[in-house]
Write a protein that binds this ligand. Structure first.
Ligand code: BG6
Length: 301
């Protein structure tokens, strides 16, 4: 594996991008610019921090996360790919696919228009990926820190047969208190209720939380908004390449049963995920590609 010193020599940018050994000795790119600070782990090409200047952190990471190669980091923005949730036919395969549990390569870094700071990661099929999923592919992830945080996942089919994949930019947001936040923009949509036998239901009004919530909202390509009066903050989640939005909070029992999640941490986190799940799986022909993008920004509530 490339060393932190080599990463700094090849890809470091003075005062903007520094590579360090992060928790569990996994290499992390730390980004700082006029807009925000952010951190991205090479393990999973996973954003593990984002804090706009003058605000408390926007992205949540568990204090109990297990930082180890091959293990998913609990929090940040895990990249779920090439399947979302459990593997459709083989429960022995890792939940949410292989991308979040694999080390990625840094491809480039740069300072872009509007003084945005960008880092680009790559991953391609190898023996380990083919043991889990038999298709040739190239993935790229672009993390861009500017007035908003933008994450792109680009999936290319480098084989000679079509493949079908699911995905999610599984974003964990930091919130003041789950009892007081609400999500707007998903009203009147059909959702699959994963905590009620996958029944399809219709969302009445904004989403509020009183128990375990695990839902796939269908046919939605619009932004949604998280209102957090406790932090006097409104978070906008914009997206492209996605027609499903997943909303997840494990609540009390599930939190207690997860080894990498504190018993009370469900109160201060909420996942709103830009996804290709359920009815929204993506078929990519040979030579084709799919862009999945989320842009996260904040304003006053
Ligand atoms: C959500 C799923 O996206 O991720 C939930 O909808 C799942 O069903 C949650 O429990 C966390 O998954 P994991 O594999 O990171 O524990």
């Amino acid at each position: 594996m490339i060393s932190v010193d080599q990463l700094n020599q090849q890809f470091g940018i003075a005062n903007q991008i520094t590579f360090k050994a992060g928790p569990g000795d996994l290499p992390v790119a730390e980004i700082a610019n006029r807009y925000a600070t952010a951190a991205v782990s090479l393990h999973g090409a996973q954003v593990i921090g984002y804090q706009p200047r003058g605000q408390v952190p926007l992205i949540w990471v568990s204090n109990f996360s297990d930082y180890r190669q091959g293990k998913a980091i609990r929090g940040g923005i895990p990249l779920c790919w090439p399947w979302f949730g459990p593997h459709p036919t083989d429960s022995s395969k890792p939940a949410h696919g292989l991308a979040r549990i694999t080390m990625w390569e840094v491809l480039s870094t740069g300072v872009m228009a509007e003084a945005r700071t960008e880092i680009r990661f790559g991953l391609r099929d190898d023996d380990a990926s083919r043991a889990l999923w038999p298709h040739p592919f190239v993935l790229e992830t672009v993390v861009s820190v500017g007035p908003d945080l933008r994450v792109e996942l680009i999936a290319r089919n480098t084989g000679d047969q079509s493949f079908t994949c699911g995905a999610a930019l599984h974003t964990y947001f930091a919130i003041s208190d789950i009892d007081h936040v609400s999500i707007h923009g998903l009203e009147n949509l059909t959702y699959i209720d994963k905590v009620d036998g996958d029944q399809r239901k219709t969302q009445q009004g904004p989403i509020t939380f009183t128990g375990e919530t695990d839902r796939i909202y269908l046919d939605i390509d619009d932004d949604c908004l998280i209102y957090d009066p406790g932090l006097r903050r409104r978070i906008r989640v914009a997206k492209a390449g996605s027609r499903t939005t997943v909303v997840w909070n494990p609540w009390i029992d599930k939190a207690q049963h997860m080894g990498d999640f504190g018993d009370d941490e469900y109160r201060t986190m909420l996942c709103v995920e830009t996804a290709n799940a359920a009815d929204d799986l993506i078929t990519i022909p040979p030579g084709g590609e799919h862009y999945l993008v989320t842009a996260i920004s904040t304003g006053p509530a």
